[in-house]
Design a protein around this ligand. Sequence first.
Ligand code: NCD
Length: 309
Amino acid sequence: MTTLKGKDILHGNQFSKKDIDGIIKVASGLEKELKKKDSLNLLKGKILATLFYEPSTRTRLSFETAMQRLGGGIISMGSVESSSVAKGETLADTVRTVSQYADVIVIRHPRTGSAKEAAEAVSIPVINAGDGTGQHPTQALLDIYTIRKEMGSLKNLTIAMVGDLKNGRTVHALAEILSLFGARLYLVSPDSLRMPAEITSHLKARGIGIVETGDMMQGAVASDLVYMTRVQKERFSDLSEYERVKGSYIINEEFLKRLRKKITILHPLPRVDEINPEVDGYAGAAYFRQVRNGVFVRMALLAMIFGER
Ligand code: NCD
């Protein structure tokens, strides 16, 4: 069995295929248990702290839900403006302080590498909930869990990742994990928002077939699943450049009609305009099921970190 006991979760490339299989198995077991009971008592007495230096809805709330469904407690720093961060406290000092209260820290921060920095400052496990344009490994794990559930298997898949592949941390982590399963990837983006070379070269070194294109239809026609992403407005120093590329890719009824095949659609959310709500009722629109899966996967990660699974 894989062991995440006492470990940090920082990067998509820290996992082996065996780790991923183990996490999926534990998450699926917990999902079944939750059908019988509202909460389990695995982490009674443990405390999880959430430190979010950037906006979040799903990631913070699903970690808090996961911890409470496991019988544990949560504390939260709240907004940056209302904490000592506003007085100029360093990240290292803040996490050292929080580690005096909590047993595990979940952190989101605008600086790439910040979660690793936090992990180095404390002895309790740290979970990266998004570090700037870097990584978002727990999102990638819930994405993988969703892909497995929706497609029935992780073998022989062709997946189109669409949108802001440069700044989107979810696709960075997900591409690393998908590469363990030999998936073929269509990387669909405007030229200025291509997947960083450091990731594509790592994927190529793992023998993954990659096609980089600006054409969403080309990617979707060849794929089993489309993973849409939002253009990350907050990462643009030049807003006119954002205005130029936003709205590059939109899935709507008309696109699905032209596609003339069934496809599964995922999105880490929040969406802006890249998936028209008219598509929400389509059988392959899996993004709200994806949200729900986040709780089971985060429960699995927490249970495993504390050695309870
Ligand atoms: C993503 C993020 O924060 O990176 N959101 C999420 O955690 N589900 C995606 C995004 O903000 O576009």
